[in-house]
Write a protein that binds this ligand. Structure first.
Ligand SMILES: Cc1ncc(COP(=O)(O)O)c(C=O)c1O
Length: 448
C-alpha cells in the first residue's frame, strides 16, 4: 500500500496535519466495528459518516451488488428504466409519509438537495409564480457542497472560499435551545419563536420570491438540535400560508437514524419534498434521492413537460439493487424497532457523562446525539477559537480514535462530540462509547 499523502486528496482535511504523521487507514469492517491497517479495532461511533446503518460486513449487500453488476451493470434513467430502480422507487414511495410518491434518484445528498431546489424553482415557473426562487435554511446547518447546496448551507467557514454562490439563500435561527437563554425554560415558546422567524424572513424577502424552506428533522451541524414540540407543525402552517415548499433534508435523519424510516414521520409533519442519501444503501454503494409529492410532479406530466435535470449515475442499477437488499434487512431485522427499543438506553448511557465538568449539554434523538463541551458548566461559557483548536483538533479527535472510538469532534458551531452508531449497536457499544468518552474528556479537562 502506498502513502495516503502522496496522491490522495482527502475531503475536508487539513492535509498538512499529516505531514509528519500517518493517515488513519481503515481496511475492514464487521458489525459496529472497523479495523485499521495495523489491525487495531475501533468502535464505529458515526456509522462511517451517518451511512452504515445496517452495520459493516453484510455480505448479502455485497452479493446483491455483484449479482446486479453481472446482470446489468449500468443503464441510465434518461428515458429508460431498469427493474431495480422501478422496484426501489415503489418501495420508497410505500415508506414515505403522505403523498411523497415520486422518487428522483441521485448519487448522493448534495445532488438531492440541488435537485430539490431546482424542482422548487421549475415547479413555481410552471404554476405561474416564476419569481419564487429563494430558499430559507438555518444558521450552521449543512446541506451539502455543490454550489446550490452550499448556498443553502449555513456555515460561513466552508462557503467563503467559493463566493459568490448561488443568490437567494436566506438564513434563519436554528433550534439550539441550549444557546437561547433568553427563552428561559419554555421550549415550546422557543420553538414557536424559531418557526415564526421563518415567517418573518419570508415577509422580509417578499413571499413571491421564496420557493422553499430546507430543514433537517434534527439539525446535525452544531451538534444535534432536535425540533422543539410544535416547531414543524408551525413551519408547515407557515409554508402553507405563503405557498412555500417544505423540504425535509433527511440525508442523515432517514433510514432509522431517528427510530423511523423518515424524521418527518417521527416528528409528525408532512414535507413537500424529502431529500435523502447515505444510509439508503447503508453505504454499500452510493445513492441519493429527491422524493417529491404528487402535486410537484403534476406540471411535468403534461404533454412535452420535462424536469430538465439528471446525472449519469443517478439511480445506478447496482446501487438500487443494494438499496433493495438493505431495505430487506431493515424489514427482516426490524432495525427501526431496534432503535426504538434501545434509544432510551443510549440516551441514559450518554447522560452518565453529564457529571463531567466539560460536558454542557447532551442532546439528540434515536441513535443521533451531540455532546456539547463547555469551559464553564454554570455559565455555559464556550471555548475561544484557540482553545477550541487545541482541544478539538489538537487533542480530542486523535485521542478518541487512539482510545478505540471513531466519532466526530466538531467545532463548526460550538464544540461538540457527535455520535451516530450503526443501528445494530446495543448496550455493550453504548457502554464502550461512554467509557472511552469519560476517559478522554476527563483528560481533555485536565489539559485545559
Ligand atoms: C443534511 C445533509 N444534506 C446534504 C448533505 C450532502 O450529502 P453528500 O455528502 O452525500 O453530498 C449532507 C451530508 O452530510 C447532509 O448531512
Amino acid at each position: 500500500m502506498g502513502n495516503a499523502t502522496d496522491h490522495l486528496w482527502m475531503h475536508f482535511t487539513r492535509m498538512a496535519s499529516y505531514r509528519d504523521g500517518e493517515v488513519p487507514t481503515i481496511v475492514r469492517g464487521e458489525g459496529a466495528y472497523v479495523w485499521d491497517a495495523q489491525g487495531r479495532r475501533y468502535l464505529d461511533g458515526l456509522a462511517g459518516l451517518f451511512v452504515v446503518n445496517a452495520g459493516h460486513g453484510r455480505t448479502e449487500l455485497a452479493e446483491a451488488a455483484a449479482k446486479q453488476a453481472a446482470e446489468l451493470a449500468f443503464f441510465p434513467l434518461w428515458s429508460y428504466a431498469h427493474p431495480a430502480a422501478i422496484e426501489l422507487a415503489e418501495r420508497i414511495a410505500a415508506l414515505t409519509p403522505g403523498d411523497l410518491n415520486r422518487i428522483f434518484f441521485t448519487t448522493g445528498g448534495s445532488e438531492a438537495v440541488e435537485a430539490a431546489w431546482k424542482l422548487a424553482r421549475a415547479y413555481y415557473k410552471r404554476v405561474g409564480k416564476p419569481t419564487k426562487h429563494k430558499v430559507v435554511s438555518r444558521f450552521i446547518a449543512y446541506h451539502g457542497t455543490s454550489m446550490g447546496a452550499l448556498s443553502i448551507t449555513g456555515l460561513p467557514s466552508i462557503k467563503s472560499d467559493f463566493e459568490p454562490l448561488v443568490p437567494g439563500g436566506i438564513k434563519v435561527p436554528n433550534t439550539n435551545f441550549y444557546r437561547a437563554p433568553e427563552h428561559g425554560d419554555d421550549l415550546e415558546a422557543f420553538g414557536r419563536w424559531a418557526a415564526d422567524e421563518i415567517a418573518r424572513a419570508i415577509e422580509r424577502e417578499g413571499p413571491d420570491t421564496v420557493a422553499a424552506v430546507f430543514l433537517e428533522p434534527v439539525q446535525n451541524s452544531g451538534g444535534c438540535f432536535p425540533p422543539p414540540p410544535g416547531y414543524f407543525q408551525r413551519v408547515r402552517e407557515i409554508c402553507d400560508e405563503y405557498d412555500v415548499l417544505l423540504v425535509s433534508d433527511e440525508v442523515i435523519c432517514s433510514w432509522g437514524r431517528l427510530g423511523a424510516y423518515f424524521g418527518a414521520e417521527r416528528y409528525g409533519y408532512q414535507p413537500d419534498i424529502i431529500t435523502t442519501a447515505k444510509a439508503l444503501t447503508s453505504g454499500y454503494s452510493p445513492l441519493g434521492a429527491m422524493i417529491a409529492s404528487d402535486r410537484l410532479i403534476e406540471p411535468f406530466l403534461a404533454e412535452q413537460g420535462m424536469f430538465a435535470h439528471g446525472v449519469t449515475f443517478g439511480g445506478h442499477p447496482v446501487s438500487c439493487a443494494v438499496a433493495l437488499a438493505n431495505l430487506d434487512i431493515f424489514a427482516r431485522e426490524d432495525l427501526i424497532g431496534h432503535v426504538r427499543s434501545n434509544e432510551d438506553a443510549f440516551r441514559s448511557t450518554l447522560e452518565r457523562l453529564s457529571d463531567l465538568p466539560i460536558v454542557g449539554d447532551i442532546r439528540g434523538d434515536g441513535y443521533f446525539y451531540g455532546i456539547e463541551l463547555v469551559k464553564d458548566k454554570a455559565t455555559r461559557e464556550t471555548f475561544d477559537d484557540a482553545e477550541s483548536e487545541r482541544l478539538l483538533r489538537g487533542f480530542l479527535s486523535t485521542a478518541l480514535f487512539q482510545a478505540g472510538l471513531y466519532c466526530r469532534a466538531d467545532d463548526r458551531g460550538d464544540p461538540v462530540v457527535q455520535l451516530a452508531p450503526p443501528l445494530i449497536a446495543e448496550q455493550p457499544q453504548f457502554d464502550e462509547m461512554e467509557q472511552i468518552l469519560r476517559a478522554v474528556l476527563t483528560e481533555a479537562w485536565q489539559r485545559l
